[in-house]
Design a protein around this ligand. Structure first.
Ligand SMILES: Cc1ncc(COP(=O)(O)O)c(C=O)c1O
Length: 401
């Protein structure tokens, strides 16, 4: 079952071809209900939030805060105080890293993997450069796979935080967080980059027992410009926010100030109000269509695509091993063909895939490739899209010979 008809952009044509959208790992398309919620909000309720007692401001604040409740329920956080609105996952991760540097003053290690997106790489690299923390990087194997046991082995009594992707944006590999958590010291904080897993796994932050979980609305069928930082309440209360400004204070004098309570303490300045409201429409939509029931289909599509790609001569697929848990993303190259040429040719058939390094240059360097093609699925894809992709890819390979 596919939900294509709920997404107006997917009924459009490019060069007379229907759009085959296979770039959801970069950003998802938006259903009608999200688009309508933005128009409706602008037309009927727009005002700044948390600022005034006028009717529009009360209504806008009410809708804004309703999203927080919905996110809390969606990820099963204990309290809406644990749900912070940010500008995106990149912002969330930077906030975590920069807020924790003080807590980690006595040194120790930060553990990440070679599979991280730059957004979950550079903030940690930078805070380690600027402190006496040491950055430890768990390598991927020759096939581009992370072995959870290696993460467990690299963590020690002096590790402060394990900051890893839950699901890779290059290979689709999903890491077994519960297995890792149960095998490392209870004192190690766990910060998950949930940018991909939020759209392909049933996320329950209490069950995962992670300390932080970050994601972006735009990868979950919602508007861009808003991200979520989930953090356990006790830890967030102990942390100092890295950015200061209006809306996040309790009291200010000429020489002192005190922070507001959670979650406002981490939300300085005017937020992306309409995007937060639009995120609620996306969560309501996903709940209505029983989003989780689609995950099985995505797995089947990934497996089918991999099997079909294997029939194409000179194909190289990254991050595939039978026993790993993975979903929705397939990265590949045709040997001696440029990934940008491939994606440009596929675009001639209305097919949107991604060619590039996917913000994972250390991974590309390890695989000894300049980049790759990446096809990724969302709830609007079905097996027909795979046929279109593979048929067009075969034509492209012939043309490029
Ligand atoms: C795994 C992963 N982490 C982090 C990010 C950064 O997300 P954003 O650009 O929305 O901040 C992305 C986006 O591609 C991603 O896929």
């Amino acid at each position: 079952m596919s939900f294509k008809s709920d997404f107006p952009i997917l009924s459009k044509k490019i060069r007379n071809y229907p759009i085959t959208y296979l770039d959801s790992a970069a950003s998802t398309q938006k259903p009608n209900s999200v688009i309508e919620s933005l128009t409706n909000f602008y037309e009927n309720s727009y005002e700044n939030v948390h600022r005034g007692m006028n009717s529009l401001s009360i209504s806008a604040t009410d809708q804004f805060e309703r999203t927080r409740e919905s996110v809390k329920d969606f990820i099963n956080a204990k309290s809406s105080k644990e749900v912070i609105f940010t500008r995106g996952a990149t912002d969330s991760i930077n906030i975590i890293a920069n807020s924790l540097i003080k807590k980690f003053q006595d040194g120790g290690q930060v553990v990440i993997t070679e599979l991280e997106h730059h957004s979950n790489y550079l903030p940690w690299m930078k805070i380690c450069d600027n402190s006496n923390l040491e950055l430890k990087i768990v390598p991927v194997n020759e096939n581009g796979i992370i072995d959870e046991q290696q993460i467990i082995d690299i963590c020690s009594d002096t590790t402060k935080i394990l900051a890893i992707t839950h699901m890779s944006n290059v290979t689709g590999q999903i890491l077994d967080i519960k297995k890792i958590k149960s095998s490392i010291s209870k004192d190690i904080l766990i910060a998950l980059d949930g940018c991909q897993s939020i759209a392909h796994c049933n996320i329950d932050v209490q069950d995962l027992d992670c300390d932080f979980y970050s994601f972006s609305s735009h990868k979950l069928y919602g508007p861009s410009g808003v991200g979520i930082l989930f953090g356990k309440q006790k830890i967030l209360e102990e942390m100092d926010p890295p950015f200061l400004g209006g809306g996040m204070i309790n009291d200010v004098t000429l020489s002192t100030f005190s922070y507001a309570d959670l979650p406002n303490k981490f939300e300085p300045g005017t937020p992306s109000i309409e995007a937060v409201v639009g995120l609620n429409a996306s969560l309501e939509y996903l709940n209505k269509i029983n989003f989780y029931s689609y995950f099985e289909e995505e797995n089947k599509m990934r497996n089918t695509l991999i099997e079909r790609l294997k029939d194409i001569p000179s194909i190289q697929i990254y991050g595939i091993e039978k026993q790993i848990n993975a979903s929705s993303i397939v990265s590949f190259n045709i040997i001696d063909k440029n990934y940008n040429d491939i994606s440009t040719f596929l675009d001639q058939y209305g097919i949107m895939i991604r060619g590039g390094q996917h913000c994972c240059q250390p991974f590309m360097k390890k695989m000894n490739i300049p980049g790759s093609c990446r096809a990724s699925f969302g709830i609007y894809n079905d097996i027909n899209d795979i046929d279109i992709l593979v048929d067009s890819l075969e034509k492209t390979v012939k043309l490029l010979q």
